[in-house]
Write a protein that binds this ligand. Structure first.
Ligand code: CA
Length: 225
């Protein structure tokens, strides 16, 4: 899943993005309000959730949130704020944010609140199964025949995307949008490399791969198991 983070304090921005990347999210960071708004509006359909600092140079998080809500009513938005009076919080939520977190916060709390919002926007399901392969988003674990399989962040994110869309084609452009961030260098052969990693780790020897190649289109996990 792809996240936009608008935060001018670089230490906080890096702390959050490193944590999220470890959880398999692709994260685009913007360090000021104007760039943040441009990124948000340019890629609005690609972001699954937006994290907005309140006090930003150039343009406040409030203004960005209002502009986002004009274009998109549903993408979850969480404010990260040092402003903690009740009035400020109410005002922040009235602009269309879904939640807020007061700084300093524990990363685990941010992650938990993000999961709550993502669950309601992406569907309640947080565990996925195909034949003897199981993926649990909350515990960030993948099992094959009951045994834990170690996946890298990108492998996990790619598998999650395929399983969330079981039975449907995952187009190459969509895979890039959801699994890689904006610094991705446009060589989409990286997708095939990661698909092969997943196949090596999760296919059953002697059987055809659980991931079908759709030539020129992308990949699909069938709906039949
Ligand atoms: Ca700030």
């Amino acid at each position: 899943m792809r996240i936009l983070l608008v935060e001018d304090e670089t230490a906080i921005a890096h702390f959050i993005s490193e944590g999220l990347e470890e959880e398999g999210f692709a994260v685009d960071i913007s360090y000021n309000g104007k760039d943040g708004l441009r990124l948000a509006l340019d890629n609005l359909s690609e972001y699954d959730l937006i994290l907005l600092d309140w006090m930003l140079p150039g343009m406040s998080g409030i203004e960005i949130c209002r502009a986002i809500r004009k274009e998109n009513k549903t993408v979850p938005v969480i404010f990260l704020t040092a402003k903690d009076t009740v009035d400020d919080v109410v005002f922040g939520l009235e602009t269309g944010a879904n939640d807020y977190l007061r700084k300093p916060f524990a990363f685990e709390e941010l992650l938990a609140r993000m999961r709550v919002l993502l669950r309601s926007s992406q569907g309640e399901q947080n565990t996925f199964k195909y034949a003897d392969i199981e993926l649990d988003v909350d515990t960030h674990r993948v099992l094959k025949a009951g045994k834990t399989v170690e996946l890298t962040q990108k492998e996990f994110a790619l598998l999650e995307l395929l399983l969330r869309n079981k039975g449907k084609a995952c187009r190459r452009t969509r895979i890039i949008e959801k699994v890689w961030d904006i610094h991705f260098d446009h060589d989409t052969s990286v997708i095939d490399v990661y698909i092969n990693f997943l196949r090596k780790k999760l296919d059953t020897p002697g059987q055809i791969s659980f991931i079908q190649t759709l030539r020129g289109v992308g990949y699909r996990v069938n709906d039949d198991a």
